[in-house]
Design a protein around this ligand. Sequence first.
Ligand code: SF4
Length: 488
Amino acid sequence: MTAAPSNGNGSRPTVILRACPSYDVSRVRTIVREGLEELGLRPTGRTLVKPNLVASGQLFTHAHTRAEFFEGVLLALRDRDDGGVTELAVGERSGVTIPTRFAYAGAGYDRVIRRAGIRRYCFEEERQVEVPLRHEGRLRDHVFVPRSVATSDFLVNCPKFKAHPWTTVSFSMKNFIGIQDDRHRLIDHDHRLNAKVVDLQHVVQPGFIALDGIVAGQGPMLTPVPFDLGLVIMGDNQVALDAVCCAIIGVDPGRVEHVRTAQEHGLGPIELSAINVSGDVSLGEARRRARGFDVGLKRVEEWFEGSHISCYAGPPTEEGVPEYCWGGCPGTLVEAISVLRRFDAATDRKMPRVHVVFGAYEGEIPAGPGEKVIFVGDCTTWRGRIAGREVSVDRLPPTYARTDPHDARHQDIYTKMALVTYRLLKARGEDHVRLRGCPISVAEQVLMLANVSGAKNPYFDPRIVVDFNRAYLGWRLAALRRGRYQEA
Ligand code: SF4
C-alpha cells in the first residue's frame, strides 16, 4: 500500500494554523468560517459535528472540546451553508459507561444545542449499522457504527489537541474511537488499538476537521494537564492534520502507529513536503508555542513509583508479541487512579499496598502478608508463590463477543458494579483476585480500586450522583423505547 497525498478530491491536503488566544465564540466563528472558505468547503445534506467529550464536568475541564469552540464551529457552518444543509447535528459517544447525555450537559453543550436549534445524537442510544471493511490489513471484515454516522453527508471532526499515554497523541484520527457504542468500542481496544483507529478511518472520512488547540492537554487522557497553545488547526485530511500536529510537538508522525498505518493505507500523507501548511501562525511559531509540551508513551510500572501500588506488566500474548498492551488494561488502570484522585484527594493515603499484574508476567511478585495481588484481564498468566502458597493463573479464552462483533452485548455500569463487588467479596480472605475481561475498562478498575482502598466511589459522589442517574435513566429509557438496546 502506498500513500495517496490527497484529501479525497484529488488535491493536495491543506492544514491551516490560526492563532486564537482564548475561547471567544465570535473569534472561533470567524477563524473557522475563513478556514472553510480557504478550503472551498460548504456543509451539505446531513451535517454531523463530532466533538471529543470523553470526559466532562468541573473535574475534567481540559479533557474535551470546549463548548465555546463547538459553538463557533456551528456558527461558521451556518455562515457557509448556502441552503444545502438538511440537518445540522452533533453526535458523540463519551467515555465507556458514562451516558453521553451526562457528558453533553457537563461540558456545557446542551445550552449551545438549544440556542442553535440543532439535533443531538447520543451514539449509544441509536440503531447501530453494520459497515463492511475491505481494505488490506484490516482487523475485521465489518464494524458497527451509529446510523447517524453511517448516513452523514458532511462529517465535521472537532477533536481536542491532546497527548495520549497509550497512542502517543489524540488528534483527529483518534477521536474516531468515539463513533462506536461501548460494546463495539471495547472490541480490539487492546494491543490492537492503533489498528482499530485506522479501521475506523475506512468507515467514513470527515469533510472538514477543526481541532481545539486553544488549551491543549498533556498526560492522562481523562485528567490532562492544561497547556496554553492558542491554536485552532483546520484541514481537509485527517492524516495530514495529525502529521502536522505531531510536527508541532516534535513527534515524528512515522513513529505514531495509527498515523503511520493510515498513511500506509493511502489515507493521506505524513511528509510535510506533501502538505500545504497555511494560516497566520507558521509551523516554526507553532513549534515555539508547544515547547515543553509533555508527550510520550509511559508504561504502567512508571506511573506509580513511590505509591502503594506496584505494577507488573508482561506481554499480552504468551508468544511475547507485542511486548506491552498499550491500548488495554495497563492504561485503563492509570486512568482509573487519575479519576479516583480527582474525586478523592486522600486516595493515595487510603490505598493499601496492592500488586497489580498484567499479561504474561514471569517475574517475582514480592507481596507481603495481607497484601492483595490483582491479576487483571483474560491474557494474564503467572506461576509462583504468594504468601507461601503456590498460585497458578492461566490465560482465559476469548469470549464470543471478542471474536464476532455481532455477539457483543452491552453491560451497564450497575451490572459492572455488582460484578466487581461480587468478585472481590468472593475473594475476601484470599491473597489474590482475578478480574475477567479484555479489556478491563476504566470504570471497572475505578470500582475495583475504590472497593479495595475505601476511596470514594465516584459514581456516588454528591456532586454528580443526581445528574448522572438522571442521564443514565434517560439513556436506558430512550434505548428501550426505541427497541435498540440489544440490537446490532
Ligand atoms: S486482557 Fe487486557 S492486557 Fe490482556 S490483551 Fe486484553 S486488554 Fe490487553
